[in-house]
Design a protein. Structure first.
Length: 244
């Protein structure tokens, strides 16, 4: 049954986006301490609510909408990555693997939930029922942390199941319109199939979730893609870099 489900998922994931401009994912968008007030400052919206589990300043910012994530990245001198850029970064130069690190997954490699939906799970190196401190697991081949698990990451694109069947081969930018925005990477709450490098999540852009976070990208000419998702602590340093 699971194999059949995965095959159905793969139909809308292929062909995998390949040739992209190599911007750089910016450092992590961390925790509900320092970063959340700055998300508020960037957007002018109310402070995003804290999740119903404990977070430190080194945990990823969650409960942000797509518009808030987009506004923060622009305020900090970057932007949200396109879905193609995100997948290129997640694969870390290792094409053809199911996950960023290989073809199998365990709680030694990422923070994710139960084997079947849904809920957090403590097992092995994964000692957190909710989000983990960013960088708690090994990075991918590009040195990027948490590209699978911990918190979903908003991408710039509108979602379309059929888009990659007709998209440009080089640097696809996503559909011009839609109802749902793309999320990538899986989270602490979901089962491991959603951590696959090719898995395409989606949501209405206004939704807040304790499993939704983001990271920013700066174009290669500006020299940086975040090594981590945005944490509370990191947001200030991102702003300082943008002001230099």
């Amino acid at each position: 049954m699971r194999a059949a489900r995965q095959c159905l998922l793969c139909r809308r994931e292929l062909p995998s986006p390949r040739d992209v401009d190599q911007g750089i994912l910016d450092d992590d968008h961390r925790g509900h301490g320092g970063a959340v007030p700055r998300v508020h400052a960037a957007t002018g919206n109310a402070v995003p609510p804290a999740p119903d589990f404990s977070q430190g300043d080194d945990h990823p910012v969650v409960n942000v909408t797509w518009d808030e994530a987009d506004a923060y990245c622009r305020w900090a001198g970057g932007r949200l990555p396109t879905e193609a850029e995100w997948e290129y970064a997640a694969r870390g130069g290792k094409e053809g693997l199911i996950f960023p690190w290989g073809d199998t997954v365990s709680h030694e490699q990422a923070n994710y939930g139960k084997e079947e939906c849904c809920g957090g799970l403590v097992s092995g190196r994964d000692r957190w029922v909710g989000t983990a401190p960013v960088g708690s697991f090994d990075p991918d081949g590009f040195g990027l942390y948490d590209m699978a698990g911990n918190a979903w990451e908003w991408c710039a694109d509108w979602h379309d199941d059929e888009y990659y069947g007709r998209s440009p081969a080089a640097d696809p930018q996503g559909p011009s319109s839609g109802q749902l925005r793309v999320l990538r990477g899986g989270s602490w709450y979901y089962w491991p199939v959603k951590l696959r490098a090719s898995f395409r999540g989606k949501s209405v852009p206004s939704l807040r979730s304790a499993g939704f976070g983001f990271r920013c990208l700066r174009d290669a000419s500006l020299d940086a893609f975040s090594l981590f998702p945005l944490t509370h602590e990191q947001a200030l340093s991102c702003r300082e870099v943008a002001d230099e």
